[in-house]
Structures are given as structure tokens and as C-alpha cells.
Design a protein around this ligand. Structure first.
Ligand SMILES: *Cc1c(COP(=O)(O)O)cnc(C)c1O
Length: 240
């Protein structure tokens, strides 16, 4: 995927453009297979470990949604890209002491998984004078580890978000469990979203699917796919 004949911003731009075209084709094919409209699936570029210059190139290629999973990395990148019309999604495990910073640049926090975080995000959004769209991160794993609320805890968390000042309930998000067929997991997520929507019909977002499993996610109803590697290339650094 890396260019060996030329380098510099133009070569990188071409590489990203080719990757983007490929990802868009995969999304279109998955939508066609599922009988869904391609316009119903939003591509969110996960730019963690990649420089702000890549975010800028992606914005130039028409991408408006970008995601990061660590505030230490996201905050400076968002500020370097402040002149671009981007929506920043926060998708990582979030400590309450980082919430104020995240609320200063993020439009969407996809990883809300506990009541204490809802309270902190609400306070921070009010203090920043912004509205944060929040997704409840759902753990599709019986064993804990990668964050996310147990499916049975999701409706109550959704109610809390919907009632919190400065927050807006967008829907749900999940990462497929490692070493498991993704499709049954995404079907569980779709059922959790349906349950949430009984009380919150405007919560329509199902954020699921990454580079390796966006097709089964779209088949199960994902409205947002979060794609890193397939767009930007492999990550060399250790990333949680
Ligand atoms: C890194 C990351 C992604 C993107 O993963 P790829 O396999 O590189 O597409 C998606 N979602 C979350 C929460 C991530 O941390």
C-alpha cells in the first residue's frame, strides 16, 4: 500500500484517494447486497497514529467525519485542523479527567459506557457551550475488557444521556469481539438499538464495522462504519 517510486504529499494524496475509492466500493457493494441505500451508511475515518496532514488530505478528498481514540493525540490534531469543516468522533476509552478536553473539539462521543461518564460529559458540554452527540458503547463480549456497557445496562444509560443537559442521544456503538463471528455480535447490537429506540425513536445511529468487518456490520444495519487501516494503511505504533 505504500508508494515506493515517489513520496511526499502528492503521492500520499493519491494513495489515500485510491484507498478511499476502494472502501467506498466495499460500502456500496455491502449496501447493495443488503438492499440498503449507500447514502444510509456514513464513513468515519479513524485517523489514530496518523498525522494531521493525513486528516487534511482526507478532508480534501471529501471526508468530513474523523475519529480518534486518545485525547492526548486527538486534541492537538483537532486544533491543527480547526480550519477544516470536520466532525470529530471520540471512540476510545474515556477517563473523566479527559472529558473537558474532549468536549472542546468532539462532536460525537461514541464510547459512553457508564453513568459517571454521562454526568462528566454533560457538565463539560455545558461548560463548553456545546452539544455533544453521545453513543452508548455496548460490550458484545461476555468477558469484559475493551470497554462498553453490558446490553442490559444500555437502556438506562440511554435514558440518562437523553435527559442530560448538553448531550444528545445518537444511538449505540460496538466493536466486534475478538475471535468470534462478527455477524451474530452485530445482530445483538441491532437488537439493543431497537430496544433503545422504543423510548428514543430519534436515536438511529448504529456504529459498527471496521476495516475487517464492515460488510457484516452493514448487513446487520450499521449506519456508521469506522475505518482506519483500509483507508490509511497499517499502524506501526502500539494502539489499544
Ligand atoms: C482503531 C479503531 C477502529 C478502526 O480499526 P481498523 O481495523 O483500523 O479499521 C475502529 N473503531 C475503534 C473503536 C478503533 O479504536
Amino acid at each position: 500500500m505504500t508508494s515506493n517510486t515517489s513520496s511526499g504529499p502528492e503521492a500520499r494524496r493519491e494513495e489515500l484517494a485510491a484507498n478511499l475509492a476502494e472502501v467506498r466500493e466495499r460500502i456500496a457493494a455491502a449496501c447493495a447486497a443488503a438492499g440498503r441505500d449507500t447514502g444510509d451508511v456514513t464513513l468515519v475515518a479513524v485517523t489514530k497514529t496518523f498525522p494531521a496532514s493525513d486528516v487534511r488530505l482526507l478532508a480534501g478528498l471529501g471526508l468530513a467525519q474523523v475519529a480518534e481514540n486518545r485525547d492526548q493525540e486527538a486534541a492537538p490534531k483537532a486544533s491543527e485542523c480547526a480550519d477544516l469543516d470536520l466532525t470529530w468522533h471520540f471512540v476510545g476509552q474515556l477517563q473523566t479527567n479527559k472529558v473537558r478536553s474532549v468536549a472542546s473539539y468532539a462532536g460525537v462521543v461514541q464510547s459512553v459506557d457508564r453513568a459517571r461518564l454521562v454526568r462528566a460529559l454533560s457538565q463539560a458540554a455545558v461548560a463548553e457551550g456545546r452539544v455533544l452527540r453521545c453513543l452508548v458503547q455496548v460490550s458484545l463480549d461476555e468477558k469484559e475488557g475493551r470497554g462498553g456497557a453490558a446490553p442490559s445496562d444500555v437502556p438506562a444509560l440511554a435514558d440518562q444521556i437523553a435527559a442530560a443537559e448538553g448531550l444528545e442521544l445518537g444511538g449505540v456503538m460496538a466493536v466486534a469481539p475478538l475471535g468470534e463471528e462478527p455477524r451474530p455480535a452485530f445482530e445483538r447490537l441491532a437488537r439493543v438499538l431497537n430496544e433503545v429506540r422504543l423510548s428514543h425513536p430519534a436515536a438511529t445511529i448504529m456504529s459498527a464495522g471496521m476495516s475487517g468487518d464492515l460488510e457484516p456490520a452493514i448487513a446487520c444495519g450499521a449506519t456508521h462504519v469506522r475505518v482506519g487501516t483500509a483507508l490509511l494503511g497499517g499502524r506501526s505504533a502500539i494502539v489499544r
